[in-house]
Design a protein. Structure first.
Length: 311
């Protein structure tokens, strides 16, 4: 009998945080699940096939060469037997009822709901609590059309890939994650689900701890690649927005992915590289004005209307 849920964990040089992450998965109150671990590590570590022999619900594979973040994730998903795919990062921590809560969220939805995600419980830095997030205590679903507008205004709403449980049937229709992406592959994937007509469900249940540390992928990736990928995703969103008879003007919120967070990532770069990076946005403005515009948006807490055709 196949498990109902597959927890897929792509790993890369997993120490020192993987042990806590893995044990939090094994300790789940919901038991009908398997764990798929796809190892993309560049250096030896103790989490080899032998380490998992005592766990009859764990499948471990070691890649031949380094695949990269999203190819490694696809590799794990291809091995999954469950009807529901819970993605999980190697350094985050589940509360004991996390899988039960995620499954309950998705089982209540119809066939046009492709995935669900939850709020974080807290942010952890190493072994120290940093902060606890605050969100509205609501549970809701959005259709594909509503999700499209939400992505345009708010960016990648799940925020962290460990919050996402996907219906395997939706993956079979839409395909896996875009393997050419190094940073925004999760955003591109959920936008593709939306364009195929799938909506999503959200729960404010706080059953997950997300770890912050200096070696996280989001802290080590190339800023030029990040901007290039975000431009591709936003162009896709805005093109779809136009072709589905929405207004030709759209409110594009310059959020943490594209605005203030970008400025923080760019801080300290040589001027030439900074200007080259910002030019990838292709605003109808020069890069220096783009910086000023983003900072103005942050300081005044405004949104900005951008013509779809000029983006």
């Amino acid at each position: 009998m196949n498990p109902k849920v597959s927890v897929v964990i792509p790993i890369y040089n997993p120490e020192p945080f993987f042990e806590e992450a893995f044990q939090s998965v094994i300790a789940q109150s919901y038991k009908n699940f398997e764990v798929i671990i796809s190892d993309d590590s560049a250096i030896p570590h103790k989490y080899t096939n032998e380490y998992f022999l005592d766990y009859n619900n764990v499948i471990f594979v070691k890649n031949d060469g380094i695949k990269g973040i999203f190819p490694n994730l696809n590799n794990a998903i291809e091995l999954a037997n469950g009807d529901f795919i819970q993605i999980f990062c190697q350094d985050d921590v589940m509360e004991s009822h996390f899988l039960a809560s995620q499954l309950l969220l998705l089982e209540k939805t119809d066939d046009k709901c492709g995935f669900g995600f939850c709020s974080y419980y807290r942010l952890i830095d190493g072994v120290k609590d940093v902060s606890e997030t605050t969100v509205n205590t609501e549970l809701f679903t959005l259709s594909g059309k509503e999700a499209l507008e939400g992505y345009i205004e708010r960016g990648c709403m799940p925020g962290n890939i460990s919050t996402i449980m996907i219906k395997k049937s939706a993956i079979e229709v839409c395909g896996g994650f875009e393997e050419s992406f190094a940073y925004a592959g999760d955003f591109e994937f959920i936008v593709r689900l939306c364009i195929k007509g799938y909506g999503f469900a959200f729960s404010s249940a706080k059953n997950l701890s997300v770890r912050l540390h200096q070696n996280r992928a989001s802290n080590t990736l190339n800023i030029y690649s990040l901007i290039k990928e975000l431009v591709i995703v936003y162009r896709t969103l805005l093109a779809e927005h136009e072709t589905t008879n929405y207004t030709s003007k759209t409110v594009l919120y310059i959020n943490q992915n594209v605005g203030v967070g970008l400025i923080k990532r760019l801080r300290g770069l040589p001027l030439k590289r900074l200007l080259r990076s910002l030019s990838q946005f292709r605003y109808p403005l020069n890069p220096l004005i783009s910086i000023m515009m983003m900072l103005w948006i942050k300081l005044t807490k405004r949104k900005i209307s951008i013509s779809v055709k000029s983006f």
